[in-house]
Design a protein around this ligand. Sequence first.
Ligand SMILES: Nc1nc2c(ncn2[C@@H]2O[C@H](COP(=O)(O)OP(=O)(O)OP(=O)(O)O)[C@@H](O)[C@H]2O)c(=O)[nH]1
Ligand SMILES: [Mg+2]
Length: 373
Amino acid sequence: MKATHEIVNPPRAERAVLVGHAGRNGRELGRSLEELARLADTAGAQVIGQMVQRRGSIHPASFIGRGKLDELKGLAGEVRADVAIFNDDLSPPQVRNLEKALGLKVVDRSELILDIFARRARTRESRLQVELAQLEYTMPRLTGLWKHLERQAGGIGTRGPGETQLEVDRRRVRERIATLRRELQGVERERETQRRRRRREFRAALVGYTNAGKSTLFNVLTRADVFVEDRLFATLDSTTRQMVSPQRRVALLTDTVGFIRKLPHHLVASFHSTLAEATEADLLLHVVDAAEPDFRRQIAAVESVLEEILDTPRPTVLVFNKLDRIEDPVSVAGLRVEHPGSVLVSAHTGEGLAELRALVWASADERATRRAS
Ligand SMILES: Nc1nc2c(ncn2[C@@H]2O[C@H](COP(=O)(O)OP(=O)(O)OP(=O)(O)O)[C@@H](O)[C@H]2O)c(=O)[nH]1
Ligand SMILES: [Mg+2]
């Protein structure tokens, strides 16, 4: 019999419940959960519920306490959730225990960020970097599972098929990690050669929190056409272009991957070659979304990643972007007072860009003078 109609199942977004732990500061958690919701959305999930543990210490076995666990199970059932996304990083046994108790997939913040990076990786280099970070994050989980089974088994005749499979998995992951490291070393060598060639030119790099407007500024400053989107982690690869002054002077400008609070350490490590473009620049332009109420904490998060990746501190200028979205002139004046030496711009209206350009050329002059003397 011929089918008279075709049933098409559009890929359904995963239904997600967010779980946060308040620690001391409730307001901070609110902002952090908003960000988690944006991350979940970027990863293609639909956020349909949220639960917060306000008090109490972290439960070693299940992260949240017994009562909250029951509450979460109830909520997840009610809203028909597919996945629970935790705002904090969980240990491998915690994930296992939670999945078992809830009957749901459980994902932590680092895994979510890694997943977004994996979806967004386009070039060979970023794909290798993301896969390496993912495997390194997964590895201890496999190990954890293995130990857990080992303990359960024990005694004669315990070399069962399950156990062997895990051993195989673990070896495969290790082998793949080794291959990825080797391939990345090759890519890194290529980049290093490229960078050495550029060493004579003055180099500035745009760094900053994800969605601050780095790529937009990059496009305006270099007349390039880099992908811009109102989503987190639009950029994963660094791009370098020339910036040319009216006097035909040339500097190199690099657009880089954005940072975020609690950026998984493995990602920072495996994006080393991409970030090297930024860390070797003569000048860092730290772009801040001035319209974001939480911008101070975002600045701090970026500074802490920079500290992790820089051998020596670099000359850095704060660039407050999206000035067009701030209506209150008082808060603009406040920014100037709070951060002397910063530049206030709008990549959209062009306001302040002349000042930003002048600052780059002044910094280039300074370097030229230093080198001449
Ligand atoms: N209103 C306003 N929006 C801006 C401005 N600059 C950038 N945006 C918007 O902010 C969003 C993020 O811009 P991007 O340039 O992709 O930000 P990014 O810092 O490169 O982000 P990642 O690549 O994710 O790190 C986009 O929707 C831009 O259109 C600005 O000056 N004013
Ligand atoms: Mg970008």
